[in-house]
Each structure stands twice: as C-alpha cells, then as structure tokens.
Write a protein that binds this ligand. Sequence first.
Ligand SMILES: [Cu+2]
Length: 481
Amino acid sequence: MKRSLFHITLTFCSTFLLISCFNNKEKHYENSADIPVSREMVAELTSPPHVPTPVGRRQAKKLIVKMEILEKEGEMTDGVTYVYWTFGGTVPGSFIRTRVGDEVEFHLQNHPDNKLPHNIDLHAVTGPGGGAESSFVAPGHEKTFSFKTLNPGLYVYHCATAPVGMHIANGMYGLILVEPEGGLPIVDKEYYIMQGDFYTKGKNGERGLQPFDMQKAVDEKADYVVFNGSVGSLTGDNAITAKVGETVRLFVGNGGPGLVSSFHVIGEIFDKVHIEGGDKINENVQTTLIPAGGAAIVEFTVDVPGTFILVDHSIFRAFNKGALGMLKVEGEEDIKIYSGELRDDIYLPEGGGIQEMPTTDEIVEAEIPAKNLDEQMKFGKQIYMQTCFACHQAEGQGVPNAFPPLAKSDYLNADVNRAINAVVNGLTGEITVNGQKYNSVMTRQMLSSEEIANVLTYVYNSWDNNKTVVTKAMVDKVKNR
Ligand SMILES: [Cu+2]
C-alpha cells in the first residue's frame, strides 16, 4: 500500500535528482554504446536473498566480474540431498549489479573439482549466445569475455551447455541487474528471490541423495518447485524482514527450466511492478507472471506487522512442492488498515511443503575394501550415485546425443580393460555405443583403484550387462600399463 510518507520520499528524491542533474555536467547519451567508461572496479557479488549496493550516481565503469562454478551437494529439504550445479556456490547464482554503459569483463571459472564443462548465457548481453559461445569452459579452466550493458532492466543468466535443460534444472541460473543512469530510486529493503523447478528420481520427500530425472523434466512433472534452491530457504529463521512503513523491493526471477511462476505475496498488493523486468511499470498488482527465463521487480510499502507469505499462486506448488517464502514485518499495528487477529506463521501447519515419507536411510560406509560381491555392489552403487549418474543417469540409460548408455552397452561389455581405461584416464573422440555415435568428452574420474573396481562391478552387474567382476588388481594393471 502507498502512504503519504512514500510520496514525500519520492518528491524529495526527484527534487534531489533535479538539483544533482544541474550540478552534474555529465552528458546524456542517446546510444548507450557511446557511454564512456572511467576506471575499473571489481563487482560485488552476493548470494541470495541479498543484493549488492545500489549503483547510485556512479559513472559507467569497466566492471570486473569473477564467477566461480561449483558442483556441490546440498539439501533440498529435510533428509533429501541433491547435487546442485551452481554459479558461485548458491542457487540461484550470485547477484550481479551493473549500470547501463558499464563494460563488464566477465571471468568464468570452472573449479578443478567439477566434473563437467559449463558456460554462461546472460540475457543482458547483446551478442551471439549471450556470451555462451565465448565462455564454454572445462573444469580447471577460466574463460574471459567482455560486453557492454546497453539496456537497463533485470535479466536472467543461465548455463547453456548441452543438455541445456539439465544444467538449468540442476540450478545453473541467476540474475543480473542493469540499473538506469542515476540508479533505481532508493528503497528501504531489497531482496533477491528466484524460483526454480526440480526433478528427482524419488517422489517429493523421498529421502537420500536424489538424482536428476530426465524423463520427469521432459514431461515438466516437477517434484519440487522452490524459491532460492531449496524448500525452506525463505521460511522460519531464513525469512526476509522489514519494518512497518518501509518500502520493500524484490528482484524476482524464474530460472525454470519448465514452469512459469504466478508470483504473489499473501496479504500485500504490489504498489509497482516493473513488468518482465523492463521499463514498463504497472501499479496495484496482486499477482505477477514471471516467465521461465524471465524476471520482475516488485515494490510495496508494508503497512502492518505480521508474516506475509510469498507463493507461486499455482497453489499446490506452494503448499506441496516448496514454493513458499516468508516476509516478517515488525512494528505497530494499524487497526485502520487491518483490524484482524494476525498470528505469526499462520500458514505453517499446512505449509511445510514436506510430505513425510517412510525412511530408508542408507548407512554411509567408511572406505574399507569390499569383502565380497555384495559389498562391491553396495559400495559401487554409492560411487555411481555420487559420480557417474550426473551424466550416465540413475538407470545407466544415458542422455541421447550427450552421454552414452551404460545399460546393455555393447561398448562396455566388449572390453573390460577399455572400460577401466575410460574411467582411469577419461575418454574423448568418436565412439559407437549400441549403434549410436557419440563424440564428446568424459573427464578422468578421480577415484581410487578400489573405488573404480567397485563402481565398474556395479555397472557390469546391473541393467542387463555381462556380470564381469572387476578387481583392484585389474584396475592397477591398467593404471601401470
Ligand atoms: Cu552448466
């Protein structure tokens, strides 16, 4: 809701801007490409729900962005883990704040412990692939490219490496804000929120490390729909906060990969919405649509205390799949505006977003040599689920045109030493598996001989393969060849 104080602040701000325009001899450029840059500066990057300091009235600069890609296990919800692929270690990735005319020098770093090559497509870039073509980077490498921010707005960035949908589904997206000259009007609180849909082998709530499920992703049947990468990332102690009378600005993005968001804050009306993150401002909005690969800036003044619930108003996603956050507002009641009985966490009883499931927790084994085939299978499966499944998939079915199948693979079954060698030293160049050609790169897997023996034994004794038992001695022999 708008209040007179808000108007006064606005009037004050515009007067201030007018005066500063008179004092400031800065030329106005019709074409953003002509804006000169003065000096260079390392960009402040923040993890959600925080955003960097506003650009204010600073001149356009050469802005150095250093973004590190990390593949890491994280918690989706209680008892459920997932291997996220991230820009900067979080989902969504680090927030980048620029102004129009900045010359961004982008350094994309792929951590040496990562397993896959990645790249970045920033929707704020004018150029082929949004930077994707120039930023394709292998583990242990860094790629640099540069671009000028021509259009103000709030833009999505994401990984665009094949299979693109899978990289996005694993969390590879974030927001980059390009502020207009002079900056956006100053508000009291700013936050960064991004929705994403996740597809796991097990159902919502099923415990353990859950691998990505390609078929569910293709069918757009999400198990989790969440804000900021996991269930509960914006609830309870993680809630965002404000005080009565403050103006809140939310930078809201939607990484997808599949679903469109109907963003709504229960008990608030957006005073302003920068529709789709662009220049056009709509006023007095209840729910705003945020496309996959799109964003919006919403602003509102909070008038009464309480807990306001952020949801995707496709409501089963909020209460059953996790798309639920909280804004906690402290301050004086105002019974003129709202007289009702407001209680903290009023939606919690049905809003945990977690369906309790019977647990089948697996015990994590210490690294001791396997005593028999049963143990080899058990240890091998664990390694497979941590290391190989990201590419070859949970049932060894692979991903068409990208990762060959290990299930019923003629290539695998024909030559055990060749398979050991692929895991020990990596594999590149054209190969044919079950009549399909693949020409890609498998990086060498950093595993001990014992682990390689176990994982290959697991693979050979699963999915209709030829039941070869691989021993540590066989792996050592290939290693010492
Ligand atoms: Cu990627």
